[in-house]
Design a protein around this ligand. Structure first.
Ligand code: ZN
Length: 329
């Protein structure tokens, strides 16, 4: 725990006797909660990603909330390869991403490290890598920021027994974890590629939102980073040529209709995305200069993205645009 040195001290005890180590067994949970990182991501070859962030966070001590300071060291079973997630730069001992345990080795692909499940269908592998490369190049240029650390991308494949197609992604500090499952995963189709292109660009947008020395994504106002990632993704896939204008327009129209059905509210899970996107569309400011400004603002202030920040940055840019138009003649 984060205690004040010299003022507070603590002894971990069981029945009054201090001890220095303990073993905790964790039952695996393969569900995929909607609003939290999946605790486990399984690969078809027995590999597993474990989300370390769920072992970190706050604790209660004498009815007071304390930050827990975790120093995690990883050791696999014999024969198991272990890949540790990056340290939390912003907060020493703070939340970290997925640790990998399993038989596979990561491969270096350009500036990123990749670990792809051997069961990944070719169309999905190609789309993740190709879109990932092009969109990352676009974001780096548009947002004028190279990534602060090497990106580690994983693709894991779940059961093909359930009907339909499920494609999930999770972006954490320096990491992107994709998980695909369902009977419809096999077989190439343009519609499936379109969905995956959007998912990749969306998750990649989070990586840039998190690519700051301070501030970044907070726990509140989810529509900002989710709706923002939607808007950044649509811009990126169209500008970098991985999606057509028609495909982008059709998706935007569908999301706009979905948001109207939800009463223009960002209070529901779907509303965070659909109405979040609409809010950015309606700001009347270009998404690239807007998010460039937001990333600068979160870093300068050391505060997470907020509604007030969006309003301030948008207002400043409207003023700047008006001034430029005025002097341009
Ligand atoms: Zn997202």
């Amino acid at each position: 725990m984060q205690l004040q040195p010299g003022v507070e001290f603590d002894v971990i005890s069981a029945h009054g006797k201090p001890f220095k180590s303990a073993i905790i067994e964790i039952t695996s949970y393969d569900g995929r909660p909607q609003k939290a990182y999946a605790p486990f991501n399984r690969f078809s070859d027995g590999g597993t990603l474990l989300f370390l962030g769920h072992l970190q966070g706050e604790v209660l001590r004498a009815k007071q909330v304390r930050e827990m300071r975790t120093d995690i060291r990883l050791a696999g079973l014999p024969q198991e390869n272990v890949i540790a997630p990056a340290q939390n730069r912003q907060q020493p001992g703070g939340e970290r991403g997925y640790a990998y345990f399993g038989p596979a080795q990561a491969v270096q692909a350009g500036a990123v490290k990749v670990l792809v499940d051997p069961k990944t269908p070719e169309w999905a592998r190609e789309t993740v890598l190709d879109t990932g490369t092009k969109v990352a190049q676009y974001y780096e240029k548009a947002y004028q920021r190279p990534l602060r650390e090497e990106l580690f991308i994983t693709v894991s494949i779940g059961s093909d027994e359930k009907p339909g197609l499920s494609m999930n992604g999770g972006a954490v500090l320096g990491q992107l974890a994709y998980h695909f499952s369902g009977s419809q995963l096999a077989g190439d189709h343009p519609k499936k590629r379109e969905m995956l292109v959007r998912l990749v660009a969306h998750e990649m947008a989070h990586i840039w939102q998190l690519n700051t020395a301070r501030g970044g994504v907070g726990g509140k106002d989810q529509w900002i980073h989710e709706g923002g990632a939607e808007a950044m993704a649509l811009d990126a896939i169209q500008q970098s040529g991985v999606a057509s204008a028609e495909s982008v327009n059709a998706y935007r129209a569908a999301q706009t209709a979905a948001c109207e059905k939800l009463g223009n509210s960002v209070e529901t899970y779907n509303g965070i995305y659909a109405c979040g996107l609409m809010r950015f569309d309606q700001l009347g400011v270009g998404i690239v200069p807007l998010w460039r400004g937001l990333i600068e603002a979160t870093e300068a202030k050391g505060e997470p993205y907020s509604e007030q920040m969006v309003r301030d940055v948008a207002a400043a840019q409207r003023t700047a645009t008006a001034a430029a138009l005025g002097s341009g003649g």
